[in-house]
Design a protein around this ligand. Sequence first.
Ligand code: PLP
Length: 439
Amino acid sequence: MTSSPTSAPASAALLERASSVIPGGVNSPVRAFRAVGGTPRFIREAQGPWLTDVDGRRYVDLLCSWGPMILGHAHPDVLAAVRSAADKGFSFGTPSENEVLLAEEIVNRIAPLEQVRLVSSGTEATMSAVRLARGVTGRAVIVKFAGCYHGHVDALLAAAGSGVATLALPDSAGVPAEMTADTIVLPYNDIAALEAVFAARGHEIAAVITEAAAGNMGVVPPAPGFTAALRRITREHGALLISDEVMTGFRCGRAGWFGLEGEAGYAGGAPDLFTFGKVMGGGFPAAAFGGTAEVMSHLAPLGPVYQAGTLSGNPVATAAGLATLKGCTDELYPRLEATAHAIADAASAALSGEGVAHTVQWAGSMFSIFFRDQPVTNYDDAREQDTAAYGRFFHSMLDAGVHLPPSAFEAWFVSGSHDEEAIGVVLDALPAAARAAAQ
Ligand code: PLP
C-alpha cells in the first residue's frame, strides 16, 4: 500500500528534517499520510491545477488546499490583489477598507446574513459562534453530529471527523471531560435522535451546530428534510442553529450550501449563525462568522460576548479573499460541477470495471468516493468503508501524477483552472488505480 520513500527522495529528506523540529514533520496531522502510508509530498510551488513537489514531479491537484483554491493556484487576479495589498503594508491593527469590502461581499451573497465578524481560521469562526450562541441564549449545551468536524475547538472535538476520523482517534487527549460535558453528540441525519434530545433537554440547549453538508467524514449531504427539521426543532425550543459553511461556503454555489434549492436545503428557514472559511480567504488566513444584526449585537464592543484577534481582517488576507470571491461567479459553478462529474464518473466506471465496491456522494461540486457499495448517511456508515482499498487507489493515482486527499474521510475538490490537460491526466490514471484498489 505504501510507496517507497525513494520515489520522492527530496520529500523524504525534508520529512526527516521536519520530524526533528515539527511533531510528525507536519503542521496539520492528515498531511502526514498516516492513513495511506508513504511519504507526504513537500510541495515547492503550485500553479493553476498543478502542484510541483521538491523532487520536481507535477501532480494534478484534487485537494485544492482542502477547499480554498477554488480558482486554482496563484490565480492572476488574486495574485495582483495580494501584491497590491502587500505593497501597502501587512497588518495595521486598525480598521481598514478591505475588511469592509469583504464583509459586504459575503453579506450581499447570503440574504439572511446582515453582519459578519472576520477571524483568521475556521476553528476561530466556530469557536466564536458557539460562544456567541451561549451568550445570546444564556444556555450551555451544544449539540453536534458524529463525523462533523468544526475545527479543533475543545468543546467540538467529540466524535469529530477529518483528521480525528482519519487517525481513528476516539477524541483528543488534552480535552478535559468538563470541556465536552456540555456537548451532546448525535448521529448525522437522525431526526428522531434530535427530537428525543430536545424533548429531554431542550431548555438547556444553546445551539445545534452542523456542517451545512458534511464533508469531513467524506461527503455526506443532509437527507431530504433533515435541515428543515434542524430549523424547526431548534426554533421550537429557543435554541440557535449554527450552519458551518467553512467547507461548503462559496464552494457549493455562490451563496454556499444555503443558496442551493431543494429538500436538503434551507427551505424551512435560515440558520441563526453561519461560519465561513477556506474559499473566502483565497488561500490566506481569513474566516468569518455571522448572522442577523440583532444576534451579532451581543458581540463586543456592542455587547458582552468577547471575541478578538490581532490579525483579524488582515489587509492582505482580505484582499485575497475578496479577489477570490469576485471570481466565484454564477458561471464558475456549473464548470466546477462538469469537471467534478467528468472525474467522478470516470473513476466510478473504472472501479465498476474492476468489480470494486464503491459509492460516489456529492455536495455541489464536492464529492467523495466511499469504498463500500451502500450509501453513506452518517459516520458509522462512513467507517464501514474499505480504507485499505482507498490507500492502494490513492498511491496508484499519486504515482501517475494525481494528488488526492490522503484519507478516505475527506472530500475531493476541483478548481476553475482544471483544464482538459489536467482532467486527461486524471482519467489516464484511473484504470491502473482501480486495478490497484481491486487487489
Ligand atoms: N469547519 C469545517 C466544516 C471544516 O471543514 C473545517 C476545516 O476543515 C473547519 C471548520 C476548521 O477550519 P480551519 O482548519 O480553518 O480551522
